[in-house]
Design a protein around this ligand. Structure first.
Ligand code: FMN
Length: 392
């Protein structure tokens, strides 16, 4: 039976699931559903986790325990752990200056941090607040080509080491809760407004005194009446370039001299195209189940993709990672490491940087323990020999 810690002392939180429960209590309903929800029937959202659970770990006994070697190379970045903080938009809805809190926690752990195009803090603000973080930038290609070009120039100016092109969100997935929570784009339903009033701490921290935070990166390109976060949501859904294709990605490749990776790859043929295009890496991802419901879970997709491109391109994975044993399974199947999505967002929503740090500490402790219990001395030693892939 599962019992969750119900208090608010973050140091007593034992798992990402407990952090999620705390985040849910802290956030108003519309913000919680934005964070936790998936598309349509949420089948992909739930399979992202259950497919990890269906893989069993093989362990060797009587292997003397030392701290295993768990550092990793994530694309060009040296990382103290085989995990980093992935891109997510509207983080300011969860905690004041959440983008900076996430970046600071990443820097303290010596892992990379990726900022979204639709962040609330601008890339310049994050860079100034956390100068020495390994900073990656995620680009949503916009219909407004000048805005896209300008975002690239700014990412270069703040010395982003890696550019992440998100390829699975040419249109926004069918997130029914989002439409349910709003009467129209900028207007919460009455029930949701009342629900917000039940969360005075959140109002004080996130809304007071200026309302929801504005869109740091996109602000210069937003029409005057759409500068607010909720106004920007509509603008962005209209601005995502539905015509983004391999040719355009190749053009961006030519313009970007640093590392460049494609996020949202689920098919081996697309992974092969990414290799042919000379990209530095791919993220096997279904956007945390927020886009195509019914898509393969990321861990299943990895099993198809890794045998085809391993050794030719760096492979990262996200979607569904909640335990370090998930990370072990991804690495054993050929990933160099994972991007954390909701796991660290639950942390930031529960307590800002302290909450994110607690999540990263939990995952690091779990990782060391898991490898010790498996009798594995180095992360690099992991292979499919450490897994039972069929359900038996
Ligand atoms: C609230 C939220 C906002 C997100 N925003 C973005 C985004 O702006 N850009 C992007 O490429 N991916 C975005 N994602 C997807 C994440 O980068 C990542 O693929 C996903 O969260 C991984 O699944 P997980 O949350 O189950 O770990 C978002 C995910 C969530 C939960």
């Amino acid at each position: 039976m599962r019992t969750f810690y119900r208090g608010s002392d973050l140091s007593r939180i034992q798992s990402v699931a407990e952090m999620a429960a705390l985040a849910q209590r802290r956030l108003p309903n519309f913000a919680w559903e934005y964070l936790a929800g998936g598309a349509e029937n949420e089948q992909t959202l739930s399979r992202n986790q259950s497919d990890f659970s269906d893989i069993r770990l093989a362990s060797h006994t009587l292997v003397p325990n030392h701290r295993p070697v768990i550092n990793a190379r994530l694309i060009g970045s040296k990382s103290a752990l085989p995990m980093m903080i992935g891109p997510s938009g509207y983080n300011g809805m969860l905690w004041p200056q959440a983008d900076i809190a996430l970046a600071k926690a990443a820097r303290a752990k010596q892992i990379p941090f990726c900022l979204s195009t639709v962040s609330n803090c601008s890339m310049e603000q994050v860079r100034e607040a956390v100068p020495d973080v390994d900073f990656w930038f995620q680009l949503y290609a916009l219909k407004d080509l000048r805005a896209s070009q300008d975002l690239l120039a700014r990412a270069k100016a703040v010395e982003a080491s890696t550019l992440v092109i998100t390829s699975d969100a040419l249109i926004v997935g069918n997130r029914e809760w989002d439409r349910r929570n709003f009467v129209r784009p900028r207007q919460l339903t009455l029930a949701n407004k009342l629900n917000v009033l039940l969360h005075p701490n959140w109002i004080r921290q996130v809304m007071w005194p200026n309302g929801l935070p504005t869109m740091g990166n996109l602000s210069p390109y937003l029409p005057e009446d759409e500068k607010s976060a909720l106004g920007a949501m509509k603008f962005i859904s209209e601005q995502l370039d539905p015509l983004l294709d391999w040719e355009r990605v190749a053009q961006i490749r030519d313009q970007w001299s640093g590392n460049m990776i494609l996020k949202g790859v689920l098919h081996p043929d697309d992974a092969i195209k990414a290799v042919q295009l000379g990209l530095d890496g791919i993220v096997v991802s279904n956007h945390g189940g927020r886009q195509l419901d019914g898509a393969l879970s990321s861990i299943q997709a990895l099993q198809q993709i890794a045998p085809k491109v391993r050794g030719q391109i760096s492979i990262l994975l996200d979607s569904g990672v909640r335990r370090a044993s998930d990370i072990v399974k991804a690495v054993a199947l050929g990933a160099d490491g994972v991007l954390l999505g909701r796991a660290t967002l639950f942390g930031v929503a529960s307590g800002g940087q302290v909450g994110v740090t607690r999540v990263l500490d939990i995952l690091e402790e779990e990782l060391v323990r898991c490898l010790n219990l498996m009798g594995v001395k180095r992360l690099d030693d992991l292979s499919t020999d450490h897994l039972y892939l069929s359900r038996s």
